[in-house]
Write a protein that binds this ligand. Structure first.
Ligand SMILES: [Zn+2]
Length: 117
């Protein structure tokens, strides 16, 4: 049983616990089927109880929403604090430092051209 399945079994209110893999909505729980379907109820009501698994799930299925994004640099998920943010916190700091260094270098270079004042 994978982690999604055990979470569904343990936490999902629509899981029919008298069976091995059935949903009370009269179908097989999507996480136990072969098709790899999605379950809105599970995504919204159950998955958030396990944030780590939720991230893994969203990334695996390409579901990262506007709130959560994947770093363009290291591909790790992060919570976006502004619309312009494209890196996780760690990479963001690094990118800002590089940008600053680049500016400083340009500044020094242009100063050198002007006689080094
Ligand atoms: Zn990153």
């Amino acid at each position: 049983m994978n982690r999604l399945q055990s979470l569904a079994k343990r936490q999902c209110a629509t899981f029919d616990t008298s069976t091995e893999d059935r949903c009370l909505l009269d179908c097989q729980c999507v996480f136990f089927g072969q098709s790899g379907g999605r379950c809105r109820y599970f995504e919204e009501g159950v998955l958030p109880t396990d944030p780590k698994l939720e991230r893994a799930y969203r990334i695996e299925r390409g579901l990262a929403d506007g709130k959560e994004d994947v770093c363009r640099k290291c591909s790790s998920p992060f919570e976006r604090k502004s619309n312009r943010q494209i890196y996780c916190t760690g990479c963001g700091v690094e990118a800002a430092r590089k940008a600053r260094n680049k500016r400083a270098r340009k500044y020094r270079e242009s100063n050198a051209l002007n006689g080094g004042k």
